[in-house]
Ligand binder design. Structure first.
Ligand code: NCD
Length: 322
């Protein structure tokens, strides 16, 4: 099996063959999830703890369903009511949970790098469910599966990622993944919402959305991340929609069979016109949600296999992870 990672902290550390292995397995789980009886036993007897230090609807629900469908005991830690609010540090919280012997820890945190730090302190497998502006690997993987199924391939596509790139861990993880799979990537947005140094990343930059969309196979819209902005990044939401909101007129410039994506939650009328988001002939936004559960099942399954193998080696007195 070509998936060697101990944790899933980002796309950065995955090789293209590991990405393909995970997406192939996720494809099997899509089929399982469409059955009435959705149970598999890949995580039977294991404990999964979800720690979300930032609000989430679809990602947390998706990880919870994924763990349960694979037979794990899943606990959602209610961070809002936890001792974090009493001043406990992230590391102390992690060590406390670690002592309860979880096998899989799913963590979302507002600070970039917090999940990596935590992974160094615990002896279970850790999945990053989004850390600050850094990475959101399962989102990029579910986007990749959605694209692969809609387009029949995951290479040599022209993919336009539009909007608030600077604050988006979704954009960052997607950029890395889609780049590794040899696609042509265009970033579209106002200069104030482009991260520094992005021009060296082998992507094309556009401030004119109409130009950037021309002939694109995939149009990936991003939410305007107001909670990560501390000043005036855009003149007004109306002006933003006029220049960077996806509507029928702008979408007409993309390839005739272009698909429209959005990770959710959407700001209708700000970055995307509601009628485009709901157009079942163009929008794959609901497919993204469906693929999300399957991709998270695949990630949990592969990490659990590696964890079992590691523990088996340790029990046999063989050298552990190098
Ligand atoms: C994204 C996130 O939290 O980074 N949402 C998600 O996981 N579905 C994108 C966003 O919040 O805009």
């Amino acid at each position: 099996m070509s998936f060697r990672a101990r944790h899933l902290l980002g796309i950065d550390h995955l090789k293209p063959d590991e990405i393909t292995t995970l997406l192939d397995l996720a494809g099997d789980y899509v089929a399982l999830n469409r059955r009435t009886v959705k149970h598999a036993d890949a995580l039977a007897g294991m404990t999964q703890i979800n720690m979300f230090f930032e609000n989430s609807t679809r990602t947390q629900a998706s990880f919870e369903l994924a763990g349960k469908r694979l037979g794990a005991d899943v606990m959602n830690m209610a961070v809002a009511q936890s001792s974090v609010k009493k001043g406990e540090t992230l590391i102390d919280t992690a060590l406390t949970l670690n002592a309860m012997q979880p096998d899989l820890l799913v963590v979302r945190h507002p600070h970039s790098g917090a999940v990596n730090l935590l992974a160094e302190k615990v002896n279970c497998a850790v999945i990053n469910a989004g850390d600050g502006r850094h990475e959101h690997p399962t989102q990029a993987l579910l986007d990749a599966l959605t694209i692969r199924r809609a387009k029949g391939r995951l290479h040599r596509l022209t993919i336009a990622i539009c909007g608030d790139i600077a604050h988006s861990r979704v954009a960052r993880s997607n950029l890395i993944l889609l780049g590794k799979m040899e696609n042509r990537i265009r970033l579209i947005g106002p200069a104030t919402l482009m991260p520094a140094g992005v021009s060296e990343m082998g992507v094309e930059l556009y401030e004119d959305m109409r130009e950037g969309l021309r002939g694109a196979d995939v149009v990936m819209m991003l939410r305007l991340q107001k909670e990560r902005m501390d000043g005036g990044f855009i003149p007004s939401e109306r002006e933003y929609f006029h220049r960077f909101g996806l509507d029928a007129e702008k979408l007409a410039l993309a390839a005739p069979d272009a698909i429209v994506m959005h990770p959710g939650p959407m700001n209708r009328g700000v970055e995307i016109d509601g009628t485009i988001a709901d157009d079942i002939n163009r929008s794959v936004i609901q497919d993204q949600v469906e693929m999300g559960v399957a991709v998270r099942m695949a990630a949990l399954d592969l990490l659990a296999r590696n964890l079992r193998a590691e523990r088996g080696r340790a029990a046999a007195g063989e050298p552990q992870w190098t």
